[in-house]
Design a protein around this ligand. Structure first.
Ligand SMILES: [Zn+2]
Ligand SMILES: [Zn+2]
Ligand SMILES: [Zn+2]
Length: 334
């Protein structure tokens, strides 16, 4: 994320601010244009009062570019769900901004928002099936208990994962959506992806069952960004895609604060023009430093992953696919 200034007093404002904390100017964010002071003709997103969405309503719509992609919101009759929904949308907005800046399509062929999100809580009846977080044909379902720190941490610990966040879920699941979209738009892309990530025609259900039964291969760390990535080529792609997005947003943020060399560009689209090895080099140096700072504070590791050569090559394959895709359109960044 870049740094933003109040349009009235130039004080620093944060991406989630609905008003300037210094002068009180009411703020409204427009993808591609940044923050402006709210004016009578700038219609705010209809979710502003309920969940604090600070984006502008899309042209002729009630909702903003981010909220319009959520087609199922949590049951607001359940205590705590309004807060969960607000936290989830606050984590989703930077991801939607990143996809917009990467130039990726956010509409399907009929012009409807895509991907779309269903934010659902488990049914009260314990005999009914739980809500599984995952992707299916452009629809991303998120179990809203992921918005509760205690629940999410318990799951992270139980699954033996080094990292589990709402941002991570969104970046992973949109990866599945763009695998489908990129390969649909260009059959050669599918061949390229199979050469890099493996043959996705192997049975997905069986592969996942085997992963949970037998665990990852002993040498997974040499070839995959995470143990889960070794389960199936689709999961490898989604995990790796998430890390491409982690790096783009992480580098944009670090660059905005002067924490990495100024010869790296800030914008996601410009970063994507560089070989992934160049981004990884800057990122590894930064993450070693931030891991040490986190350790000094007694926190968990900031970036608990190893970007080895094999992983960086996969990330570069994703980068080349995005850049080479006929789907991508240049967009103004803000
Ligand atoms: Zn101000
Ligand atoms: Zn909104
Ligand atoms: Zn997945």
């Amino acid at each position: 994320m870049r740094r933003f200034r109040c349009p009235s007093c130039q004080h620093e404002v944060f991406f989630s601010n609905t008003a300037c904390l210094n002068c009180g100017t009411v703020l409204i964010y427009k993808p591609g244009a940044g923050f402006s002071a709210s004016t009578p003709d700038a219609v705010p997103c209809a979710n502003r009062d309920s969940i604090g969405c600070n984006w502008i309503a899309a042209d002729g719509q009630d909702l903003c570019l981010s909220c319009a992609h959520t087609i199922v919101v949590p049951d607001l009759g359940v205590e705590g769900n309004l807060d969960r929904w607000a936290r989830i949308e606050a984590a989703k907005r930077p991801v939607m901004r990143a996809l917009f800046h990467m130039g990726l399509p956010l509409r399907d062929t009929t012009g409807a928002p895509a991907p779309v999100f269903k934010l659902k809580g488990d049914p009260l009846d314990p005999d009914r099936p739980r809500v599984l977080t995952g992707h299916d044909s452009g629809t991303i379902t998120l179990n809203i208990e992921e918005a509760d720190d205690d629940q999410r941490e318990a799951m992270r610990s139980a699954m033996g994962e080094p990292y589990r966040t709402l941002s991570g879920h969104f970046r992973h699941e949109v990866g599945h959506h763009y695998w489908a979209l990129l390969t649909e738009a260009d059959p050669r892309a599918l061949e390229t992806l199979r050469a890099v990530f493996g043959d996705d025609r192997q049975d997905y259900g069986e592969a996942l069952a085997a992963h949970y039964r037998d665990g990852p291969p002993a040498d997974w760390e040499d070839r995959f960004i995470s143990a889960y990535a070794s389960a199936h080529p689709w999961e490898d792609f989604a995990e790796t895609w998430a890390h491409v997005m982690h790096l783009l947003d992480g580098i944009e943020t670090a660059r905005a604060f002067g924490l990495i060399p100024a010869d790296l560009p800030v914008e996601p689209a410009d970063l994507l023009a560089l070989p992934m090895a160049r981004l990884a080099e800057a990122w590894i140096e930064l993450s070693i430093a931030l891991n040490a700072v986190n350790q000094a504070m007694g926190h968990e590791t900031f970036y608990p992953f190893v970007l080895n050569g094999a992983v960086i090559e996969k990330m570069d394959a994703i980068r080349r696919l995005i850049v080479g895709s006929r789907l991508v359109e240049p967009r103004k960044v803000a």
